[in-house]
Design a protein around this ligand. Sequence first.
Ligand SMILES: [Zn+2]
Length: 418
Amino acid sequence: MNGMTEVTQTERLYDRNAYLTSCTAAVVSIRRIEAFDERGERETAPVLYEVVTDRTVFFPEAGGQSSDIGWICSIDRLNRRKEMLAVTDTQIRDGEICHIVSCCADAALPFRIGEPVSLQINWERRFGFMQNHTGEHILSGLMHRRHGFDNIGFHLSDNSVTLDVNGQLDEEDIMLLEWEANEVIYSDLAVEVSYPTDEELEKINYRSKIEIEGQTRLVTIPDVDICACCAPHVRRTGEIGLIKIVKVLRYNGGMRLFIACGRRALALMQKRQQRIEEVSHLTNRSQDEIGDGVRHLLAEIGDLKQKNRDLEYRAAFLRLETVPREQENVFLFVGNMDPIVQRNLVNRMCEEHSGICGAFAGSDEEGKYRYIIASRTRDAREVQKILRDKLGAKGGGKPEMIQGSVTGTQSAIKAVLP
Ligand SMILES: [Zn+2]
């Protein structure tokens, strides 16, 4: 996020005081936003307006951070609030800050141009943004100082906070970084905002150093970070409460860090704790031993699969024993047999029968069979050709063994087999 203060008619009260939750202001302009549905017809409800005021406490969407939401109220001469409308979004247009106001269909706005209104942000949400945004400064600042990485992307919304950097760290360094970032919280450092002159700025080594017109707003966390930024931050790092790196992905040659700070981090950890407790309960192990519990279950599943394969093979072998030895071609339908067992079975069939032998795994409900067909004396591809020509089977192989799959019922397949 750059620290440029754009030329604007709207006075940005959040610039100097991020803790201002409401203000009175005069309406400068009102513009109805035409919205159309997918059929191209004008939407009638709700009606949206862009309301510009001479000053505001609403931070607009900028630099990857979602905008403030809140309320706009008409007021009487004694500044008593009258009618309240929701501000669902805030955007910068041509240097002006537009409050997107949602109004019921056909209801006239309860204020006109020139009239005073009261603006109030959703403070709980904004404070969460301030915690997460300042947490991002700490992480980016530390990575910049310790590893020389630059922050090349930032996103902060109701659902997620991500930051992208142009370098990679291993798991241990990530944990160290997280630890150090939380030490900055315990130190409860002041987060200072300053507006240095161009001359002063030249001597300062700060992040996001891009050529910009106008006044630069510097956000400084002593010995941790100096960054040009126009967004609201907490006053002291202690207010962030907790910084948690939730997930790390390799991204664009660098890393994308998913983070959560403050209440968001606590809520997330509570949810994870619940899930771990659930697995602990299901595996009948303590939380510290759930890894062993899951490994034990996986091993048990592996054993059961092997036992199942043995039983499948024995059942098919018993069926094979009922086929007269002198029968040359033998084809068995074996249900959903494991491919390894299926192959062993076909080999066994070829030892005992001189023609072409095959096993079809699958079911009529599925409407599809996987087959392995082999022969010691003849070309198994003969059968592949029949299955392909008559039933559109896909597959292939060598004269001694082919495999493939065919769509159809058991009786339809049996009808074409030699
Ligand atoms: Zn910032």
